[in-house]
Design a protein. Structure first.
Length: 290
């Protein structure tokens, strides 16, 4: 078997592989930057919780229209926004902390979503919702993912400065500008949108993987926010391509294969990364010597 047979032929000969490749790469450009800011703002687990929170809305969309991409998308967005708002209200109106409130909502949401899908669908439908079907992406879903990524990049261009300032010095941002609040709300909406996009490709349980794992990879290689985003996007693209190839040649599920490759990149970065990597810390250079 030649290198062309391994790396190129699957994407040349099979239309479903090309669609999966396009969907994964486009998703990487939107999800990875969101993951970087979730990590910098210490909201990594919020992304995971919100990924589960969109399930009831997507399940209601499935209940009313079947596996209709737009119905499930609309339901997921509405459910994600409702959970985010209710979490904030409960955290401010009671003594319950925001993380505990979010945990309660997402656990209930996950159970409710699985129940709704099980009522109308089959085990195959449930697996589709939970783990996605990246190899079955159609034109409508690709257009949706592309639209969400485009919106994400445009909004990031508008709120990039206040987001970075809030990560570095939120007190300073509050003293010189009132843009922190609107930027935070816009960012949460981007989280929900990209989780919904990832849901169609990777399912509820794995959607956050392509968001957070590349961001963690980037954290081990640079301290510069812009470079983190570049490295995170590149890592997500590489994980998507290699994961699809592993899935094709080894006949394993594509979504988990992509996330496992991203996890392997995390492990390698944790060992050899130049910013806090194990090897780098064990054998530091002579940069402190005269």
């Amino acid at each position: 078997m030649t290198p062309d047979d391994v790396f190129i032929t699957p994407f040349v000969e099979f239309d479903f592989m090309r669609r999966a490749l396009v969907g994964t790469v486009v998703l990487a450009f939107g999800a990875a930057p969101v993951g970087v800011f979730l990590m910098l703002r210490r909201m990594s687990l919020v992304g995971d919780a919100m990924a589960h929170a969109i399930l009831p809305g997507a399940a209601l969309g499935f209940l009313t229209a079947g596996l209709n991409v737009f119905a499930m998308t609309a339901g997921g967005i509405v459910a994600g926004v409702i959970v985010a708002v209710l979490t904030g209200i409960v955290a401010r109106a009671t003594d319950l902390k925001e993380d505990a409130s979010l945990a309660a909502f997402y656990l209930v949401s996950l159970a409710l979503g699985v129940t709704i899908v099980s009522v109308k669908g089959t085990n195959i439908d449930l697996l589709h919702v939970l783990f996605g079907t990246v190899l079955a992406l159609d034109n409508a879903t690709l257009i949706l993912i592309g639209a969400i990524t485009s919106v994400t990049l445009v909004v990031f261009a508008l709120i990039y400065r206040p987001l970075v300032l809030e990560c570095v010095d939120p007190g300073f941002l509050r003293s010189v500008s009132r843009s922190g609040g609107p930027a935070h709300i816009a960012f949460l909406l981007l989280v929900v949108l990209n989780l919904v996009a990832g849901f169609h490709a990777l399912g509820t349980l794995l959607a956050v993987g392509l968001m957070m794992l590349p961001a963690i990879v980037a954290r081990f290689w640079t301290r510069d926010v812009t470079m983190m985003i570049v490295i995170a996007v590149a890592s997500a693209v590489v994980a998507g391509i290699i994961g699809l190839l592993v899935s094709f040649h080894a006949s394993v599920p594509s979504g988990p294969a992509i996330i496992l490759v991203a996890g392997a990149l995390c492990v390698a970065s944790g060992l050899f990364g130049t910013v806090g990597g194990v090897v780098w810390k064990a054998f530091p250079g002579r940069h402190l010597e005269a």
